[in-house]
Design a protein around this ligand. Structure first.
Ligand code: IVH
Length: 689
């Protein structure tokens, strides 16, 4: 076949495959058999193999073309990914609807109340994702992360069949830029199968489909993601360009219109979405979806109510956390009965000792529950639960399972009531009572507390140290490898290799993850310190406001309360934390070469973004800069760092022993910079400090 003929046939095949994808994923009405679809696909793959120059990034064959990544890149969202105000209370829903109606009647809103209608759809219990299409082609997918920045998971999301690699333009043109929000879910049936196969391989099963979805998407090797039964449902437009007014896509004035456009562009949109006029309509929808809950292919935890009119949304705006025009009306949590096998006291990172019920494992809405918190000794007494009792247990979304109540069994011989130990089960220090709580005061030397602090320090929203979970933290502390938090950064792979559950590779990976995390953004570090009352959002505000840890440490009460969102109680905790002698020592040891804090990214000044518009890929090692350092420098200067080479890549920076990315860059004719050339580029713009 001549290259000309091949080009033609390849285009024909791609078009046909996209059309059948649309029929299958969007319309749920496939017109051809799987085998015929496979034949089209194989023919295309064969032609592309013969004519590799004709391969494009958006070809259906390129879904699993990505190489395994070294790490995920952090990417800034096109627009903040907010969360939702939520409640399972009908009164709260009514208040929300009333607030919106009032908000739209004010003068500022220009009387939009006449257009007070809603779109309702199931609230998917999955993983939020941002999808970005540039020139109609999928160029980026990212996790929600902290709402402002997430992790780049493009290669993995490309493997999901229901995500179009290119927007369908048969019914409406693709905008220059389209940033969307949707939810990645793992089918319930596939979840059960996945867990069986993990258990068969001697691996830990996932606790629920949401964790399984998250775990599947956060795989460095896209072929693993490709093997998992994932789906993406898209429900919102985050940004569009060119835009008519902020966030309003051309010619679309309603949420319903957005859903129609999304379907036209080839996305899977939830078929259960409906319009609603009144609160009664919403309540009826809530009931009907709850009835269908167990039959659905995916997990849901409520419904979402959104104002249909986009201009009205604009007028209402958002709070710092959520839009004022949407509300999640949740289902009551699922409950099941089981027996308490044992009640054990468990010491957390703050020293609070929590009684935990060890349960006969029970499945609650697709998740196996084997432990539940009993909060504190008063709660145990109030519920009067003892070892051996039959109880009702509930699970509510993310929340740890809880024992709701004891089920009376008249003929059952009950055991003795639970009593809190007088000394810490971890370190033996006498416990002190603080209200209903028992607390281990030995915050310096208690191993259980240290393990808890380590786990928190390495958690996703803190330093995000992959491989430092609860088990590992406990192991490191129990074996005396980490006696104080700073010692985490002194760990050597050789110390880990002999430990249970570790091998050469996992040991090296953990040490590398710790090293990478040692270049920490200030707000993550602050959150990781576990200062009481300082959550993710406050940590971010403090970092932004003070810029450096030193400034924050020296801030007095007045300076602290001047930060919006920081109240007197928080101020007290922050001051008390930094004033404590052992915390001072802790910070000293951490900052003594173990941790390198990064200031929050400066507000974007176009003048200072000389690399804006560039898309760079790094491969191979450099002598003078580590990869994380290099990434940070170019990202701060406005460049995007992506993980795989495509036509859209502007530069490939190739260090020593570059991998297949280098070859791909050569094939595509992309500019390649060696270390010297890269440093020259930085110097030209005075980016090296
Ligand atoms: S609308 C706030 N619709 O629920 C922006 N969100 O608990 C508008 N979610 O992180 C969101 N299903 O990702 C919307 N049908 C649905 C949803 C949904 C799940 C997620 C969303 C958010 C979380 C809030």
């Amino acid at each position: 076949m001549s290259p000309g003929k091949a080009t033609e046939r390849i285009e024909e095949l791609r078009k046909a495959i996209r059309h059948h994808d649309f029929l299958y994923y969007v319309r749920d009405a496939p017109e051809i058999e799987d085998a015929d679809y496979d034949r089209l696909f194989e023919e295309l793959a064969a032609l592309e193999e013969r004519f590799p120059k004709l391969i494009t990034a958006d070809s259906p064959t390129q879904r699993v073309a990505g190489e395994p990544l070294d790490a995920f890149t952090s990417v800034e969202h096109t627009a903040p990914m907010l969360s939702l105000e939520s409640s399972q209370d009908e009164a709260a829903l009514r208040r929300f609807c009333e607030r919106v109606r009032k908000g739209l009647t004010t003068e500022a809103a220009g009387g939009f109340a006449s257009r007070l209608g809603w779109v309702v759809d199931p609230k998917l219990d999955g993983l939020s994702v941002e999808l970005v299409y540039e020139g109609g082609v999928l160029t980026r997918a990212a996790t929600r992360g902290d709402g402002a920045r997430g992790e780049g998971i493009t290669e993995n999301v490309k493997t999901i069949g229901s995500v179009p690699l290119r927007l369908r333009e048969e019914s409406r043109p693709a905008p220059d830029l389209l940033a969307l929000r949707g939810e990645i879910v793992l089918e319930v049936e596939g979840f059960a199968k996945l867990n069986l196969s993990l258990i068969a391989q001697g691996k830990d099963p996932f606790a629920n489909p949401r964790n399984a979805a998250a775990g599947s998407v956060r795989q460095l090797d896209p072929t693993i993601t490709a093997s998992r039964p994932l789906e993406v449902y898209v429900y919102d437009v985050l940004a569009v360009a060119p835009a008519e007014g902020p966030a309003i896509p051309i010619g679309i004035d309603s949420q319903w219109g957005i859903l129609e456009a999304l379907r036209d562009w080839g996305f899977r949109v939830n078929r259960l979405a409906r319009k609603a006029e009144t609160v009664d309509d919403i309540l009826a929808f809530h009931r009907s979806i709850e009835e269908q809950r167990n039959e659905l292919d995916y997990e849901i935890d409520g419904i979402v109510i959104k104002l249909d009119d986009l201009e009205g949304r604009q007028a209402l705006g958002t709070t710092r956390r959520h839009p004022r025009w949407a509300f999640a009306f949740k289902f009551p949590p699922r409950k099941e009965e089981t027996r308490i096998l044992e009640i054990i006291p468990s010491v957390g990172r703050t020293g609070v000792v929590t009684p935990v019920a060890v349960l006969r494992p029970v499945e609650i809405g697709g998740v196996t529950v084997a432990r539940a918190t009993l909060h504190n000794r008063e709660e145990v007494a109030r519920k009067d639960v003892r070892e051996g009792d039959l109880v009702r247990v509930q699970r509510a979304g993310d929340v740890i399972p809880q024992v709701v109540e004891r089920i009376d069994e008249p003929d059952h011989q009950r055991s003795e009531p639970f009593t809190m130990p007088e000394t810490c089960p971890s370190c033996g220090t006498p416990l002190i009572e603080r209200g209903p709580f028992s607390v281990c005061p030995n915050s310096l030397d208690c191993k259980a507390q240290l393990a808890g602090r380590l786990t928190h320090f390495g958690s996703r929203q803190a330093l995000d140290i992959e491989g430092l979970g609860e088990e590992t933290a406990k192991l490191l502390v129990d074996l005396g490898l980490v006696r104080h938090l700073p010692e985490l950064f002194d760990l050597k792979a050789e110390q880990l290799i002999p430990l249970e559950g570790f091998a050469q590779k996992s040991a090296t990976a953990l040490v590398e993850a710790i090293e990478e995390a040692s270049h920490a953004e200030l707000h993550r570090f602050l959150f990781g310190l576990g200062i009481p009352e300082v959550g993710v959002a406050v940590a971010r505000d403090l970092a932004q406001h003070f810029g450096t840890l030193e400034n924050l440490r020296q801030a007095d009460v007045e300076a602290l309360t001047a930060v919006p969102g920081v109240g007197p109680r928080m101020t007290e905790h922050i001051r008390a934390f930094f004033d404590q002698e052992n915390h001072r020592r802790l910070l000293e040891r951490l900052l003594d070469g173990r941790i390198h804090l990064r200031a929050p990214p400066p507000p974007k000044d176009p003048e200072k973004q000389p690399l804006k518009g560039l898309k760079m890929v790094f491969t191979g090692a450099m002598d003078r800069l580590s990869r994380p350092q290099a990434k940070r420098i170019v990202e701060a200067a406005g460049a995007k760092v992506v993980s795989s080479v495509s036509k859209a890549t502007s530069h490939v920076v190739a260090g020593k022993d570059p991998g297949s990315k280098y070859e791909k860059a050569v094939n595509l004719g992309i500019e390649i910079l060696d270390e010297e050339a890269f440093l020259r580029l930085l110097d030209e713009h005075s980016l090296r400090s």
